[in-house]
Design a protein around this ligand. Sequence first.
Ligand SMILES: NC(=O)c1ccc[n+]([C@@H]2O[C@H](COP(=O)([O-])OP(=O)(O)OC[C@H]3O[C@@H](n4cnc5c(N)ncnc54)[C@H](OP(=O)(O)O)[C@@H]3O)[C@@H](O)[C@H]2O)c1
Length: 269
Amino acid sequence: MAGAGTTDRTADRTTDTTAGRLGGKVALVTGGSRGIGRAIAERLGREGAIVAVAYARDDAAAAGVVERIGANGGRAFAIRAELGSHGDAAALWAAFDRHRPDGAVDIIVNNAAIARSSDLATLTEEEFDQVFAVNVRAPFFLVREALGRLRDGGRIINVSSGVTRIAHPEIIAYSSTKGALDTFTLNLAKQLGPRGITVNSVAPGIIDTDVNAEWLRTDPEAAAWAVSISALGRVGRPEDVADVVAFVASDDARWVTGRVIDVTGGSML
Ligand SMILES: NC(=O)c1ccc[n+]([C@@H]2O[C@H](COP(=O)([O-])OP(=O)(O)OC[C@H]3O[C@@H](n4cnc5c(N)ncnc54)[C@H](OP(=O)(O)O)[C@@H]3O)[C@@H](O)[C@H]2O)c1
């Protein structure tokens, strides 16, 4: 079973909306309560999708996302479901079904991750297992459990990272999980293509989220470095990623599958 158990937090709000590019679609966003996932959930909600906001611990943050989607005329519900232990995927979908009894889903965004790790010399086996359990095993089994509920023409979007292209040995295990996720994307795209389901990775560079707050918001030299590596001369924002995810989720991206889409603002070109 999932580590912290799985608890529904918030009931559906507002009435059905079918307006917008994603009107009538149902989306699941893991890690949808903060950072990049929050921006994705809110953007998909603005596009008309009914959004399941999955998260691990921060009830208030998830409730805030649901509130904001509702305030913008959308519809959302929160699912507390910590990923990273056996049975996590089944527990998440069981919670999803309590809000959506028909169980159907159109868009799965695998965004939740442990966004850090140690270098090879100091990494423990436990740390290795945990980062792979959350970043690779959870998306793998979330999708497998969803194969019967994912509607034809659907979307799977895996949030990867620029670190599969740009070497950072100090976070080698984390980077390796994203490489695995991209390989998952490639194979899944071939398997699900006949059903009109596209599968893509979206790979951000440095984004100003909580995970980077400690250095990005307090160390001016490090912040200047982060700006300098982007061809576009600034640090990324969660919305920079969410807007690309919204495109990939839309019908406009129907002919794009099995790809890793770089959203690093041209970092280290
Ligand atoms: N930020 C960057 O610079 C950057 C760059 C490249 C790629 N990425 C990727 O972008 C994605 C989002 O990163 P972020 O920076 O937005 O992260 P973040 O701000 O730390 O947010 C993490 C989100 O994931 C949830 N989460 C964390 N561990 C979880 C677990 N074990 N089970 C379920 N949910 C869990 C958190 O929920 P709670 O708050 O409830 O714990 C939160 O909603 C990740 O895949 C990351 O690898 C980020």
